[in-house]
Design a protein around this ligand. Structure first.
Ligand SMILES: [Zn+2]
Length: 408
């Protein structure tokens, strides 16, 4: 074979062997984390969760599968904390959405007047939000804006266009803005991640399921909630440089959360994390978790960059067996060196995720009044059939990608 074609041939082999990493925490990590969280639960809850431990393990990855068929699933798994380093971000979902939304008034003359909030107006305790079109400023009651949002925007949240009746926002217009044809709200918030809001939302769904003593719902929601909590513990899920794409560290996402756990988690990690504890303020807990992750992101990135610069180049990437296939991936010794340099951070965050999941499952039960729901039978939950999860296999088999951010 001529050298030129040899190079192409080897190139093709390499490309075909590079199997993209699975999604966050890897499927391996999510399954382990949900499974181990069961053992943190108190005696009263253990029988129900233990008899459904295979369900909780298997369906720990459903939210990642949904990303393949559902556009708005991806942002539920992260939040770019660095985007908000110097900007106010409300912990109330509706307020946060409105603080970054743009209201567009389209006039009969086909002009578009764009109005948006002034930064910080949603984080102070004043009753009015300040809005501007870049020239003038209006004060508009927050309660009215929230009402309009709940009534008109939330029902359309899963559409791509949020239309609002013109009359509801007329006070924002001056006399010269006459003849408004339509009003749209443009979302500049969701795409940067919403994981702490989703943790809170799923938690209260779980409380409701406990109150209703609906065991199918309890197990189904627990599996999903576990996934989102685990993701919030990953530093690269709390930063916009989530795959090192801004610093030439492409692939670091899967290196940290898939490669390292798969190599070392079963062999070396200590999973005795203690008993679940009651969390009084779930909103605060979710935000504290994502703040901690955000604070670790720089360390995750800088240590990898430093190691790559000093570790022998030819010993960084290897062919290895991963999920039954040959892949071109970080060498085991290199991965070990990265883990050591981070001083066991992956293990610590994994342990903390396990404990947090157990604690929120437990807290939801307590918050529902610790109902006696006949935990001690051999009840097996029925999966709440989710067509977006089912589509995953078809889309993946056809070589399709998920919505949202590429991590591989
Ligand atoms: Zn995820």
């Amino acid at each position: 074979m001529k050298p030129f074609f040899t190079v192409i041939f080897i190139g093709l082999i390499c490309v075909s062997f590079i199997v993209p990493a699975e999604d966050d925490w890897g499927f391996f990590g999510h399954r382990r984390i949900n499974r181990l969280a069961v053992f943190t639960l108190p005696e009263e809850m253990l029988p129900l969760y233990k008899s459904n431990i295979d369900f909780l393990t298997e369906h720990a990855v459903d939210p990642d599968k949904r990303r393949y068929a559902f556009r708005l699933e991806a942002p539920r798994h992260f939040l770019d904390m660095d985007r908000y380093a110097n900007v106010c971000l409300s912990r109330d979902f509706n307020e946060a959405f409105l603080s970054f939304a743009e209201i567009e008034f389209v006039t009969n003359e086909a002009d578009t007047i764009k109005i948006h909030s002034i930064d910080s107006s949603w984080c102070n305790h004043l009753p009015d939000a300040s809005l501007t079109d870049g020239n003038q400023i209006w004060d508009f009651p927050k309660s009215s804006l929230k009402r309009i949002f709940s009534r008109f925007v939330l029902p359309q949240y899963y559409d791509s266009d949020y239309k609002i009746p013109v009359d509801s926002l007329l006070p924002l217009l001056t006399d010269e803005h006459t003849g408004v044809k339509s009003v749209r709200l443009v979302d500049h918030f969701t795409e940067h991640g919403i994981v702490p809001y989703i943790i809170e939302q799923q938690y209260y769904r779980l409380v409701k399921a406990f109150k209703n003593q609906d065991k199918d719902a309890i197990i189904n929601i627990s599996a999903d909630l576990g996934h989102y909590i685990a993701d919030a513990h990953v530093p690269l899920h709390a930063c916009s440089n989530y795959n090192g794409q801004k610093t030439d560290q492409y692939g670091i996402h899967a290196f940290w959360e898939s490669r390292i756990p798969e190599l070392f988690a079963d062999k070396d990690y200590d999973y005795l994390v203690g008993k679940a504890t009651y969390i009084r303020d779930v909103r605060e807990f979710a935000w504290q978790t994502i703040h901690e992750s955000g604070a670790l992101a720089d360390t995750v990135l800088s240590i990898e960059a430093e190691l790559k610069a000093t570790y022998p180049k030819e010993q960084q990437m290897c062919f290895d067996q991963r999920l039954g296939q040959s892949v071109w991936i970080q060498c085991q010794d290199f991965a070990f060196a990265y883990q050591e340099a981070m001083n066991g951070m992956v293990e610590r965050r994994m342990r903390q995720a396990i404990h947090s999941i157990g604690s929120l499952w437990y807290s939801a039960w307590v918050e529902a009044g610790s109902p006696d729901i006949n935990f001690s039978n051999n009840f097996k939950a029925v999966w709440k059939v989710d067509s977006t999860v089912i589509k995953y296999d078809q889309i993946k088999a056809a070589g399709g990608k998920g919505y949202g951010r590429p991590h591989d």
